[in-house]
Write a protein of this length. Structure first.
Lengths: 255, 317, 289
């Protein structure tokens, strides 16, 4: 497996506070990679820097060797790195199908002149097909005419993934995908991620709750107080004394 | 069946409409036609979520530009109208650089300031804008004949047909844009800009695109106005007119394509037919102000919400 | 040249005094209610018409007319709070649009009541303080300056030293926390609206004999006030006063050495520049948008 995404000395300062401090790790092609740590470890900040939501104070994010740090979110997305959001960030007023269609923005870039004259029929059909494919993939195609805001919590999560998936991403960045889910929903979500991985999509998950991703990830990076703490397979991390220490010291949320 | 008949019937009604009206009512009909275009472009602007207070001034840019092109370079009027629209769109793109660094209320104030600056420039520079008195004697649309109908632009009916054709064409384009993937992207930018950006949408580009298209068509509306009235000045495009546009949009509701048009038509009918006939024309700003407040307080989703409720009931029963 | 500079400075001080009254009122309303009051210029106009009515028409003493203007416009503020801003508390943009509607109504009422012509108000005093041949300060202008200083001082004392002022500042900073402390939001909103509107009204009343009073005078006032509150940092009272001085100096000097329209353009450009470069304003960091 080759290195797809490489984080090098990534640093973020907010005023006097250093939220992420010279963090380095690599995500290999095709793996499911977890980024964990207790509350306030700087996971979400790291995530936001990789996805282009924040501009790092220092260090680099390399995608296939190209420096993408400091690019805007849509520029990062256009290079194949697509993120999801915590909670249920969706176009609540639009239908499920329309949500998925927005996800096809990159493969089927709208052209205003073609749209007015009607020369984009092929593209529109292609986008429809891709959006439908994404909805089917996550098993929510029967809800396509519903308003996204009216969906159940679990369906909204699935739709969030479908919107990202519709764009043919190489890497999907998932921000705490298991938050607020019951065990049944969590299990179904894990199946979906396995399925994504089989499609050849590399996945980076940021998660607070270790338990959920232990069975899922190939590699796990643990950080604490903004710094790199440990890295390895699930078993290694589970038994790593520093990790146990960090979770015990930070909050009582031991795996 | 009814569906296929609807549009031809509407077209015939629009063609026959002016013949039942008095001369002054026909003139109002021309303005109404132009205002429908103006308020529809305003809706396109609001699709990406930003409310501008400079839209009427942008319309004025189209009017001034078209008037000057015919005056200074002797351009054929329809060509200069098109160029007027393009000029308005270009000015909008220029303004987008400072304005789209702001959002929400700051954008509102910023667009207001930008509009005021443009108006002051017209006022200050006698060459070429004519200063506070503006431009007079703007070339009218030259008369022509299409065989079955002779366009005599001294008659408001002729100008109504001419402007109506252009406005319908523009509305059709606006409608096509809104129903296209581009329109969907505008909605996406409005409702959840971060998610749109994560889907690869260049927010800045799409906001600018909506602003430029809206401004371009508003500019054409301004040009239609200028060549009909024959005289424009900085006060033709002041805040009061902007408040009228705002009122039409809010009273009608900006959630649907027809909402603002509905607001514009109903309020114009109320104003021009009812108030004028009753001799209350002086009260126009007062009544518009009251209607604006009432609709914000009691009908936040506009008249379109009533229409939707009615049609939904009908569909159910 | 020195004399021209001195005279321009005096003019700037006069302009700064009434502009800051208007702007501080606008900022106070925004701070407590979270709404930009577009009708603020028309409240200024209402104050001026109060003087037209009570002083020019009914021949009451000028100071009585000014006081009546303050109370009248303050009550207009209370009306706006109750009828518009309170029902629209969760919708700041709606509040702004409603205030535009109110602006139209006030303007139309002025046209109906007084006509569009300019009002003539007999001067309160013709006295002029003569510093030298070309440097003069009419007593009526000095009076406006003194009144502004006294009013702003009183406001400062009220906000920093009294219980009401404390409640007002608390709910401007964090309305929810303030409510938990037992501060009534409606109460503070009423006080802020009365004072904010009243300040605009008294500024209009004080300057009425010195400017051209007409139903559309509010427009340039609100444009100026917007520039000042943006430059000073939305939500900052001190910033508003400082920005008033900066704006008045720039505007007066450009008017004297170029012309008034260029001065307006410079002022608006200054505001756009601040919006682009530092939206929190030159002097403020408080920001509740």
């Amino acid at each position: 497996m080759t290195n797809l995404l490489e984080v090098k000395d990534l640093t973020m300062r907010f005023g006097g506070l250093t939220a992420v401090d010279h963090l380095s790790f690599t995500v290999k092609h095709g793996e499911i990679h977890g980024l964990i740590g207790p509350n306030g470890a700087g996971k979400t900040t790291t995530f936001n820097m990789i996805s282009g939501f924040y501009k790092p104070s220092g260090g680099q994010v390399l995608l296939r060797g190209e420096d993408i740090s400091g690019l805007k979110m849509h520029e990062v997305a256009r290079r194949g790195v697509v993120r999801t959001f915590q909670h249920s960030t969706l176009f609540a007023e639009l239908t499920v199908m329309e949500n998925a269609l927005v996800g096809t923005h990159m493969p089927f870039r709208p052209n205003i002149f073609a749209a007015i004259v009607g020369w984009d029929k092929e593209d529109r059909r292609g986008a429809q097909a891709r959006a439908m494919e994404a909805l089917e993939f996550f098993g929510i195609d029967h809800l396509k005419h519903e308003r996204a805001g009216d969906l159940s919590h679990g369906h909204q999560r699935a739709l969030g993934l479908a919107v990202a998936y519709a764009s043919h991403p190489d890497v999907m960045l998932l921000d705490e995908p298991f938050t607020g889910m019951n065990p049944e929903e969590t299990r179904r979500m894990m199946d979906l991620m396995e399925k994504l991985s089989h499609e050849g999509i590399t996945i980076l998950i940021v998660e607070h709750d270790m338990q959920a991703i232990m069975g899922l990830c190939d590699t796990i990076t643990c950080m604490s107080f903004g710094k790199f703490l440990a890295e390895g397979g699930p078993d290694e991390i589970r038994n790593h004394p520093d990790v146990i220490e960090a979770y015990l010291g930070g909050s009582r949320n031991v795996a | 069946m009814l569906k296929y008949l609807l549009w031809p019937i509407a077209l015939v009604a629009l063609l026959l409409l002016p013949h039942g009206l008095s001369f002054s009512q026909q003139e109002i009909l021309v303005f109404l036609t132009i205002n429908v275009l103006l308020v529809s472009t305003y809706r396109l602007l609001t699709l990406t979520g930003e409310w501008s207070l400079g839209h009427v001034v942008i319309m004025g840019v189209g009017a001034y530009a078209s008037a000057l092109y015919t005056k200074e370079f002797g351009l054929f009027v329809p060509v200069s109208m098109l160029l007027g629209g393009i000029t308005a769109a270009l000015i909008a793109i220029l303004l987008s650089f400072p304005l789209f660094r702001m959002k929400g209320f700051y954008f509102l104030i910023g667009s207001f300031a930008a509009g005021e600056i443009i108006r002051l420039l017209w006022k200050r520079f006698r060459e070429p804008f004519g200063g506070p008195k503006g431009i007079k004697g703007i070339d009218p649309m030259p008369d022509f004949s299409i065989g079955i109908y002779d366009f005599d632009f001294f008659e408001p009916i002729s100008y109504y047909y001419f402007a109506g054709t252009i406005v319908i064409l523009c509305l059709w384009v606006l409608w096509r844009i809104e129903k296209s993937p581009v329109g969907l992207t505008f909605h996406a930018v409005h409702w959840q800009d971060k998610l749109a950006e994560a889907s690869g949408v260049n927010l800045r580009a799409y906001r600018t695109l909506a602003f430029a298209i809206a401004s371009g068509f508003a500019g054409i509306g301004g040009a239609l106005m200028a060549h009909y009235v024959g005289t424009i000045n900085p006060n033709s495009f002041d805040v009061e007119v902007m408040v009228f546009v705002l009122t039409w949009a809010i009273v009608g509701g900006t959630g649907t394509f027809y909402g603002p048009i509905l607001g514009c038509v109903l309020l114009t009918v109320l104003n021009e037919i009812v108030l004028r006939e009753m001799g209350f024309e002086q009260l126009r700003p007062l009544i518009y102000g009251a209607i604006l407040i009432a609709s914000i307080l009691f009908l936040p989703n506009g008249l379109e919400s009533i229409v939707q409720r009615l049609t939904r009931k009908e569909a159910k029963s | 040249m020195i004399e021209l500079l001195a005279q321009t400075c005096l003019n700037a001080v006069y302009a700064a005094s009434y502009i800051s009254l208007v702007a501080v009122g606008l900022v106070l309303i925004f701070g407590v209610m979270g709404v930009i009051n577009f009708a603020h210029g028309e409240l200024f106009m209402a104050g001026a018409y109060a003087v037209v009515t009570f002083y020019a028409d009914l021949h009451l003493p000028f100071l009585v007319a000014v006081a009546l203007g303050l109370v009248f416009v303050g009550c207009l503020g209370l009306l706006m709070e109750r009828a518009l801003f309170r029902p629209l508390r969760d919708n700041p943009l709606g509040g702004l649009v409603a205030s535009i509607g109110f602006l139209m109504i006030l303007q139309a009422l002025a046209v109906l009541g007084y006509g569009v012509r300019m009002e003539h108000i007999p001067p309160v005093t013709q006295e002029v303080i003569v510093f030298s041949d070309k440097v003069r300060l009419p007593l009526s202008r000095l009076f406006v300056i003194i009144a502004a200083v006294v009013l702003l001082g009183a406001l400062w004392y009220f906000l920093k030293r009294t219980k009401f002022g404390w409640a007002l500042r608390a709910s401007a900073q964090d309305p929810e926390a303030a409510e938990l402390q037992g501060i009534s939001i409606n109460q503070t909103a009423r006080i802020a609206m009365f004072i904010g509107a009243g300040l605009a009204g008294i500024a209009g009343a004080l300057t009425a004999p010195l400017v051209s009073v007409n139903p559309h005078m509010g427009h340039s006032v609100i444009v100026t006030a917007f520039i000042v509150i943006i430059v000073g940092g939305v939500g900052s009272l001190e910033g508003a006063v400082l920005a008033s001085v900066v704006y008045a100096v720039v505007h007066t000097f450009v008017t004297t050495f170029y012309d008034g329209v260029i001065a307006d353009i410079v002022g608006l450009s200054l505001m756009l520049l601040v919006l682009i470069v530092k939206p929190t304003g030159l002097f403020g960091s408080a920001d509740r948008a």
